[in-house]
Ligand binder design. Structure first.
Ligand code: PLP
Length: 383
């Protein structure tokens, strides 16, 4: 099976696996325990915090460990709603459901969507114009979209919000491990999740505001200075750091440029083979690993995903959370696609180890499936 669904979950990297096993052996204690075994676990976490802080460019104290990005997003939205109970929240129209749904839950009708253009890029002029007279409790703009890979101008948005003294939240879940993590420390809040970049599932981090207190989402313990109750996942955190360090080293070596070339070559060949295939976010900068396309077949995207699965390729229809749901993707609709087009979207998301041969094999499989579908559906035009 060729795995091309890294945006849903990336396989555990060998360095992360080794770090996890090592931590299980060497740090068996609870970091809150008063004895030396507990203190050793606490020291390992403190060192991990230091390392992550230097990667992101923030203070170690600004970081808390979470169970993943969903928890991080919920924490930020509930904190912002409590900090300013009457102000609205502005979220981009293409946020992951972890932001959309928690904004809906905590802000209700005070949730305002920032539009995106046809490329899927957030409209910063919209933000700029409104910040002159309005004061939202929080502005939330993700770093890279999970469905299309489209990169957002998060650094510019952060600067606008900092100048207006408005808290800025960046869900950078799909960015980390694929593009440099440096610079995110300047955002008020940043969420990351280990399993998107080759760490274990069920562990993540949240960068929080350097000043003021954070209203915790989880209650029941004084861990992380009372900002996140619950025993810390020491092996998970250490494995997450090992995975992030490995990915950062690939990026520093320029490994992303060759992966980008592979992605682009695949798209060119796919469109030469099936000219009616439409690339989502084609005119925008996108993650080197993500290809989101609207397939030409009159049937729904599930048909392609199921047929590719049978042919030995794991691809997806969009975000992991909304896969299988009947609703058309809010991301693609926000970009101006019709529900019918959105229902034919297929997402291919590669990883650092995806080879040119695997891209080629995928192309061959799509060609075969396309021919089969054309035969079985004479009305569809594949060429
Ligand atoms: N945010 C984005 C952009 C994501 O892609 C995902 C997962 O697909 C999440 C948040 C949720 O992450 P987790 O699985 O760590 O809760």
């Amino acid at each position: 099976m060729i795995y091309l669904d890294h945006n849903a979950s990336a396989p555990l990297l060998p360095s992360a696996r080794a770090a996890w096993l090592d931590a299980v052996d060497h740090f068996p204690g609870n970091p809150s325990s008063p004895h030396r075994i507990g203190a050793r676990a606490e020291a390992a976490l403190a060192e991990a915090r230091q390392r992550l802080a230097s990667i992101l460019g923030c203070a170690p104290h600004d970081l808390i460990w979470t169970s993943g990005a969903t928890e991080g997003c919920n924490t930020v939205l509930q904190h912002a709603a409590a900090a300013d109970p009457s102000a609205p929240v502005w979220i981009s129209a293409v946020e992951h459901p972890a932001v959309r749904e928690s904004a809906r839950h905590y802000f209700g009708s005070r949730r305002v969507e920032i539009p995106v253009d046809g490329r899927g890029v957030v409209d910063l002029d919209w933000v700029k114009a409104r910040l002159v007279a309005q004061r939202p409790a929080l502005v939330a703009i993700m770093a890279a979209n999970n469905e299309t890979g489209v990169l957002q101008p998060w650094a510019e948005a952060q600067a606008l919000c900092a100048a207006a003294e408005i808290p800025f939240f960046c869900d950078a879940t799909q960015w980390f491990g694929r593009r440099p993590a440096r610079g995110f420390g300047s955002c008020t809040f940043v969420a990351g999740s280990a399993h998107k970049f080759g760490g274990p599932r069920g562990v993540g981090f949240l960068k929080v505001a350097a000043t003021g207190s954070l209203r915790p989402l989880l209650l029941g313990g004084q861990q992380l200075e009372g900002r996140r109750a619950g025993t810390e996942n020491v092996p998970g955190v250490l494995a997450m750091l090992a995975a992030l360090a490995w990915c950062e080293a690939q990026i520093a070596d320029g490994g992303d440029a060759s992966r980008l070339a592979l992605r682009d070559q695949f798209v060119v060949q796919l469109q030469a083979m099936l000219p009616l295939v439409r690339l989502n976010g084609a005119a925008a900068d996108r993650l080197w690993n993500t290809v989101s396309v609207v397939m030409p077949d009159g049937d729904c995207r599930q048909r392609w995903v199921v047929k590719l699965d049978k042919a030995g390729f794991a691809v997806s229809t969009g975000s992991a959370c909304s896969s299988g749901s009947e609703q058309p993707s809010h991301v693609l609709i926000a970009m101006g696609l019709t529900p019918s087009e959105a229902s034919r979207a297929v997402r291919i998301s590669s990883g650092w180890t995806t080879t040119p041969e695997e891209w080629r094999e995928l192309l061959n499989a799509i060609q075969k499936i396309g021919e089969g579908l054309a035969d079985s559906n004479a009305s569809a035009d594949f060429r």
